[in-house]
Design a protein around this ligand. Structure first.
Ligand SMILES: *[C@@H]1O[C@H](CO)[C@@H](O)[C@H](O)[C@H]1NC(C)=O
Ligand SMILES: *[C@@H]1O[C@H](CO)[C@@H](O)[C@H](O)[C@H]1NC(C)=O
Ligand SMILES: *[C@@H]1O[C@H](CO)[C@@H](O)[C@H](O)[C@H]1NC(C)=O
Ligand SMILES: *[C@@H]1O[C@H](CO)[C@@H](O)[C@H](O)[C@H]1NC(C)=O
Ligand SMILES: *[C@@H]1O[C@H](CO)[C@@H](O)[C@H](O)[C@H]1NC(C)=O
Ligand SMILES: *[C@@H]1O[C@H](CO)[C@@H](O)[C@H](O)[C@H]1NC(C)=O
Length: 484
């Protein structure tokens, strides 16, 4: 009896010690750029991505994880938990030479995690505005930043347009110029891992790779893996995906060696669907990056953890949206998001395969393009033009004009006088072959009304024209803050 009591009380003490010494888990958020639905090895045997495949298949593959059609809006979701139509970022991407930004009054994820005691580091692409220092990563909760502010640039020279865009914290940084960025970013991530004591600190690492956005550039050894692919764009693109995979493998090896894996959640997601016009592939999905079709918005994503997930090695089909990472990661960190955000906590869904807290979401509302889309239950309604790319692209097409940011721009829908509505029973028809709008006008009407409810809180898009003051010639040849 006494022995049992002693045993019990020592068990209680042991548990208390465990709880009090339990640190918030390390969080590693890996974002790939322009990675298509069919561009990952766990789905397409053409792809050589052994590191990503291993993580995905031993973690949880997210089969209904939605993102925005282009870069900046998705990054906005990840950082704030708000849809872009609530922050003014719903119309395309932040342009190099225009004063677009994520407004400074939105509290971003690293700021919240810092309040919970995290050390916070960012590596890679920002693309949420830089015309004033207050919009840049080290002013928004990141202890350090290595990477670039704009949407696309040369992988080696870091030049875009007439300027250079690469920094370490606030400083223009040249030492890694000439090295392929997947390697530079992996090396920087590893330096960060070596600077953190995994038993003592909780780390938030946001690594937003340049890979695999245009321009199509990759060291030859990766292109060689795909020597059998005739189409040059596709061959280069696939090589870029493998370079990304190797970078992730190098980082996870160090995470393991250094003891981070005992208490870590790794999230991997693309920012949008693949640009089929630049080597990517989204089959069997319809459409591409920049469109409201599933090919533009259904993201390749998974989570991995050695210790934190109750269920692993399964395909999760519950719907979630990029805005959900904000409250989900805060939950994992032991915090809570402010009420009123768009995101919902998906941790029970991801960790235990419980039904999603989400039964509907907004794909986007772009009042300048007169286009929008909404998912409610099993249905998807598209209002206006879904975008420029409407097919099921078998092989990547090559466009003549590869000027980088062109691919990020929306086409304005001229037929806005009378908006067209398309309805899909998306759970039965995930490839959007059968528009059933004419057959089910009552369902169309009910989704239109739901969409109208959401539109009431729309913040007008902030999509300013280019400002000549942005010109790198005023900043020693670099894209720099200071002109808004
Ligand atoms: C930020 O400011 C805008 C414009 O004043 C406002 O509409 C929005 O609600 C604010 N958002 C937050 C999270 O404070
Ligand atoms: C991965 O690590 C190996 C071994 O250090 C190195 O040769 C390779 O360049 C690294 N790759 C990347 C993409 O960082
Ligand atoms: C652990 O963290 C505390 C507070 O941040 C710091 O003072 C201490 O030096 C750290 N210990 C080690 C071993 O890193
Ligand atoms: C995971 O399992 C534990 C123990 O069975 C349970 O207490 C916890 O609620 C589960 N987590 C989630 C997210 O459901
Ligand atoms: C996963 O998503 C794809 C693409 O939308 C779909 O075709 C497939 O049926 C889904 N898998 C499951 C098990 O729901
Ligand atoms: C201007 O940029 C060049 C490299 O392009 C650098 O060597 C030089 O130090 C910079 N000058 C200033 C004042 O920052």
């Amino acid at each position: 009896m006494v022995e049992t009591q002693v045993l019990l009380s020592s068990l209680v003490i042991f548990l208390l010690v465990c709880i009090s010494s339990a640190r918030p888990p390390h969080i590693v958020l890996l974002v790939a750029d322009d990675l298509g639905w069919n561009d990952v090895g766990w789905r397409n045997p053409q792809m050589y991505t052994p590191n990503l495949d291993k993580l995905a298949t031993s973690g949880v593959i997210l089969n209904s994880s939605y993102v925005q059609p282009v870069c900046s809006p998705t990054r906005n979701c990840l950082m704030t938990g708000y849809y872009p139509y609530h922050t003014g970022l719903q119309h395309g991407v932040v342009q190099d030479d225009a004063p677009g930004f994520l407004p400074a009054n939105f509290t971003v994820l690293p700021q919240k995690l810092k309040e919970l005691g995290y050390v916070t580091h960012m590596v890679g692409k920002w693309h949420l505005g830089y015309c004033n220092w207050k919009y840049t990563p080290t002013y928004r909760g990141f202890d350090s930043f290595m990477g670039y502010y704009n949407g696309a640039e040369d992988y080696y020279t870091h030049n875009v347009g007439t300027g250079y865009d690469f920094r370490f914290n606030k400083d223009v940084y040249h030492p890694t110029e000439g090295e392929y960025s997947a390697q530079t970013f992996a090396t920087r991530a590893i330096d960060i891992l070596n600077s953190v004591n995994p038993q003592n600190d909780s780390l938030f690492l946001y690594l937003a790779f340049q890979s695999v956005h245009a321009p199509l550039e990759v060291p030859e050894r990766f292109e060689k893996i795909y020597a059998h692919i005739k189409d040059k764009d596709r061959r280069l693109y696939c090589g870029m995906v493998s370079a990304l995979d190797e970078a992730v493998g190098n980082i996870t090896a160090v995470l393991r060696q250094r003891g981070f894996m005992d208490n870590l959640l790794l999230v991997f997601t693309t920012d949008n669907g693949g640009p089929t016009y630049l080597g990517a592939n989204n089959l069997p999905l319809r459409g591409a990056k920049t469109t409201l079709w599933e090919g533009g918005t259904k993201g390749s994503a998974f989570v991995y953890s050695d210790t934190l997930l109750n269920q692993t090695k399964y395909l999760n089909t519950e719907i979630m949206h990029a805005v959900d990472w904000f409250p989900t990661l805060l939950h994992v960190a032991g915090g809570t998001a402010d009420p009123g955000i768009d995101g919902k906590d998906m941790w029970p869904t991801i960790s235990d395969n419980k039904p999603s807290a989400r039964t509907e979401f907004i794909y986007n509302i772009d009042e300048l393009d007169h286009s929008a889309a909404i998912r409610v239950g099993d249905y998807k309604l598209i209002e206006g033009s879904p975008g420029k790319y409407n097919d099921w692209y078998p092989l990547p097409k090559v466009e003549e004009d590869l000027r980088l940011d062109e691919s990020d721009k929306y086409q304005v829908d001229d037929s806005s006088a009378e908006l067209k509505y398309r309805l899909f029973l998306i759970t039965e028809d995930p490839t959007e072959h059968f528009d059933i709008a004419e057959k089910y006008p009552v369902i169309v009407e009910s989704l239109k009304q739901r969409l109208a409810e959401y539109k009431k809180s729309l913040v007008p898009a902030n999509y300013p024209p280019p400002d000549p003051k942005s010109n790198p010639k005023y900043y020693n040849g670099t894209w720099s803050p200071g002109w808004c």
